[in-house]
Design a protein around this ligand. Structure first.
Ligand code: NAD
Ligand code: GLY
Length: 369
């Protein structure tokens, strides 16, 4: 592939800055991309993946690294959120030890957000921090999880409670890997793309409205898919650059997530994918914003139409509103005991509010059942 076909989105974080490189077939060029960053032959690279992803893309990746003169080894961890634990990270540390990774060595995450978060956390902590490169293979990881440096694992007390900020050196996005991704996973990732449209990019939102389909990578126009990936990466990069450690505006990325996390928790993490729960949270916040007069009904309807077009669920199961509110009260994003909601004010504009009443949340859940 000609390198001119690659899109390069900068994450301009000064000495921690890097590029999100996007292009069809770019996974075959991972070695050249590392050389471009100054990594030389003999570099030790530990590729962390899971059996499904490695079956599809492991050989390409290992061969590309070998061809560039790197000493690549691999570790496969179990797939799934239930394995995103300190115990799995301990297996990655064991592999780092076995392969004698040094301060200059590198961990490469090849997979979705689960692999990326764990490999990133292992890299943040092995030898007090070594480099990580993210090669995301789900839509959700391409547009969100792989970018921005949040790494970590779950604790029995909650999701992502153990973690570190550790920016990658490179994010390499090959859209062709999405052809093997199950459609439901693709649609879950599309919820995050729609989120970027609602929170800050009305042009992106309009593209989503105009698209013939948003339901699978195979059915979508390849050029449109690349545009969606680039705009989403740019949207995430802009927020991360403005607020790397989430002391302020990065919280807008949590649009739909506060209610979505409560839904995931109350349904045991095995009923809805993360993106599906986010879509339902966005639907609920859209309903609330419309009733409170924060945005117009028509904007809520447009958001609902795009979520439905992506095949995302919109109807809430019958949950006890008090349980949902209690669950939101234990979210990481609560400040001074008040739940902070990201509320849409118009397509492309949101604000953070802590004055949404429990009654309003209950009404939304009832209306959306
Ligand atoms: P995932 O990593 O569990 O992947 C979903 C499934 O798709 C897995 O079964 C995986 O094996 C399979 N898969 C991955 N790529 C494939 C491919 N190309 N072809 C076929 N199968 C493939 O799920 P996800 O949605 O990518 O990530 C969810 C995780 O990301 C959660 O743990 C969430 O907390 C985390 N996350 C992190 C951030 C962050 O900023 N760090 C942001 C959002 C989400
Ligand atoms: N996924 C939310 C964030 O990166 O802040």
């Amino acid at each position: 592939m000609a390198t001119t076909n690659l899109k390069r989105i900068p994450v301009a974080l000064a000495q921690r800055g890097y590029e999100v490189v996007i292009g069809r077939g770019c996974r075959f060029h991972v070695g050249e991309e590392l050389q471009r960053l100054g990594y030389g032959s003999g570099l030790k690279v530990l590729v962390v993946s899971n059996p499904v992803v490695f079956h599809h893309y492991g050989t390409h990746c290992m061969e590309a690294l070998g061809a560039a003169g790197f000493m690549a080894s691999s570790l496969l961890v179990e797939a799934g959120e239930t394995h995103k634990t300190p115990a799995t990270v301990a297996r990655i540390y064991d592999a780092c030890w076995r392969e004698r990774l040094e301060r200059e060595s590198l961990i490469m995450a090849l997979g979705g957000g689960v692999v990326g978060d764990m490999a990133g956390f292992a890299a943040a902590t092995w030898l007090r921090g070594i480099a990580v490169v993210q090669v995301p293979t789900t839509l959700l990881a391409m547009v969100d999880a792989a970018i921005g440096g949040k790494t970590g694992v779950n604790h029995p007390g909650g999701k992502n409670l153990i973690g570190a900020f550790h920016q990658p050196r490179l994010v390499l996005v090959d859209p062709d890997t999405l052809f093997t991704l199950p459609e439901r996973e693709f649609q879950g990732g599309m919820a995050e793309v729609i989120k970027y449209g609602v929170i800050g990019d009305v042009e992106l939102f309009t593209k989503l409205e105009q698209a013939e389909t948003l339901r699978s990578a195979t059915a979508m126009e390849p050029a449109l898919l690349i545009q969606l990936l680039c705009r989403s990466a740019a949207a995430k990069a802009a927020v991360v650059v403005a607020d790397e450690r989430e002391s302020g505006c990065r919280a807008i990325l949590n649009y739909g997530h506060t209610m979505g996390h409560a839904l995931e928790t109350l349904t045991g993490y095995d009923t809805y994918l993360h993106g599906e729960a986010v879509a339902m949270g966005m639907g609920a916040m859209g309903w609330i914003a419309s009733r409170e007069g924060y945005w117009q009904d028509i904007e809520h309807q447009r958001q609902t139409a795009v979520l439905a077009k992506a095949g995302l669920p919109l109807r809430w199961p019958p949950l006890d509103p008090d349980a949902v509110v209690a669950c939101m009260g234990s979210d990481k994003k609560v400040r001074n005991g008040r739940v902070r909601f990201v509320v849409p004010r118009a397509l492309g504009r949101v604000e953070i509010r802590d004055d949404i009443s429990t009654e309003r949340v209950g009404q939304a859940l009832k209306a959306l059942q």
